[in-house]
Design a protein around this ligand. Sequence first.
Ligand SMILES: Cc1cc2nc3c(=O)[nH]c(=O)nc-3n(C[C@H](O)[C@H](O)[C@H](O)COP(=O)(O)OP(=O)(O)OC[C@H]3O[C@@H](n4cnc5c(N)ncnc54)[C@H](O)[C@@H]3O)c2cc1C
Length: 565
Amino acid sequence: MGKKPMPPLTPARDTVVDLLVVGSGTGMAAALAGHDLGLSCLIVEKTPYVGGSTARSGGAFWIPGNPVLPDGGDEALALAQTYVRAVVGDSAPEERGAAFLDAGRATVALLERTTPMKFFWARGYSDYHPEEPGGLAEGRTCECRPFDASVLGSERPRLRPGVMEAPVPMPVTGADYKWMNLLVRTPAKALPRILRRAAQGIGGMLIAREYLAGGQALAAGLFAGVLRAGIPVWTETALVRLLRDGDRVTGAVVRQNDREVTVRARRGVVLAAGGFDHDMGARHKFQSPSLPDGASLGSKGNTGDAITAAQDLGAAVALMDQAWWFPAYAPLPGADPLVMLAERSLPGSFVVDQTGRRFLNEATDYMSFGQALLERERRGDPAEQMWLVFDQRYRNRYIMAGAVFPRQPLPKAWFEAGLAHRAEDPSALAQAIGVPRDALTETFRAMARYAETGVDPEFGRGASAYDRYYGDPTIGPNPNLAPLDKPPYYAVRMVLSDLGTCGGVVADEHARVLRENGEVIDGLYAIGNTAANAFGATYPGAGATIGQGLVYGCIAARHAATARA
Ligand SMILES: Cc1cc2nc3c(=O)[nH]c(=O)nc-3n(C[C@H](O)[C@H](O)[C@H](O)COP(=O)(O)OP(=O)(O)OC[C@H]3O[C@@H](n4cnc5c(N)ncnc54)[C@H](O)[C@@H]3O)c2cc1C
């Protein structure tokens, strides 16, 4: 399938709509919900691409009680409520979590009705804190089934490219990834999936279909719904400032190609422009001066514009120190970090800092991992370096960085850039990465002892069902622990990255933006990463970020539909 040219830009012009949505990630759900309620909607998107980080993501969504889950009943919702209360605590208002749970079912039903997407339950993808009251080891995470992006027609080139593409054209869902990663260990589980997906991907091409998975599927599916509904999307059109009449927001000035136009919004403006992922000034101010430029995996257009525009009208902000932290492969010069997902959990590996010692449960969820790193920094004990250490047996067993297959040598460029080192014994590896030899050697010995007993007395790796999800089920007694005793040994440099920031505008249970004094700014809504995380400083389960964006998009549209015109 040849690369199609970008279709012509829809020219921006002064206009009046019911609902203006700023940002085309989860904001597309707000527009779909608004349209479904009879509102005229318009989406403006700053970049040439539709989909934002949503299109770059794994596409998992965590929406408890939804109709795709085996148990979508009231008891399931009550259990989820217990869980959300337990993990969120007082880090976010309880009504935010409760409203999210109330509206989840209707949101997924709406997406099934208004888009061509079909969803499935990623069974076994444990909640991130399954041991908390109401937590489920079986999980509540769902995904979009492989989606045929050819339905986008001439608009296909406008879909933002993903970052986790398979090396061959085949749609790999999150659930597939888990098993494909274990191809060498559990071929009976992995091979049928690989064959099915290869047939779908390569076979699909023969009949002019293009199957996508993960965030690509979700964003393409939302976009297909938007196109089908006839909702205009103005790309390369950025929010400049919000307009108001008295205390009420009545629209926005947007800019396309240096030309400013006015969009009046009778029912409201939904800010869905992502977080401030790439505003390094704000990130250094609110989060940490040590965050390197370009380390965020969030979409490049996410520079906090909508948060600033809301603040200009007196909106309060919260949780600005928070992000969806994500430890990743340190990037090659000028490149983005590479996604590291199962690698930290698989047996035969551990993570050390400059002391040559482990400092946390490597298999913990990525947000907690990042929070632990920043907490160390605040205590004046930063992890100045971070290395994933493993042996040749690990290398022979598992895929790394999504594309380095078992037994395949690590990329030469990693060694040349000093991001990977190899040595014949732990002591030489310690010297190569500049950490104390005795300490690193003792870490190797300790891991061998823990692997034998199956218990990590230092950090409890493998104790949680979440840790074990990305473990190797063929290894016992603990699927996350194995000795590192087959030379050569490797160390690969890691960096603290993120999937986007999650502090932002304070919004209430209707997604309405609030002022410092708790008053509502009429006509203004914030969702997704533009709003302060509905789950406070926590990440309850895989897909909780897209989940809340989609659900709060629908909540915002529903509220706007009842607002005075
Ligand atoms: C590699 C990766 C994997 C991930 N996997 C998952 C996952 O599986 N599940 C999950 O829940 N989350 C995941 N995430 C996180 C998730 O993708 C984001 O948190 C979520 O998509 C944010 O949605 P959003 O709508 O707030 O922002 P986005 O989807 O980023 O959309 C915001 C849009 O607003 C546009 N915009 C910015 N400024 C302006 C402006 N001034 N005017 C107009 N438009 C503007 C941006 O260009 C962008 O297109 C992942 C993220 C990454 C990077």
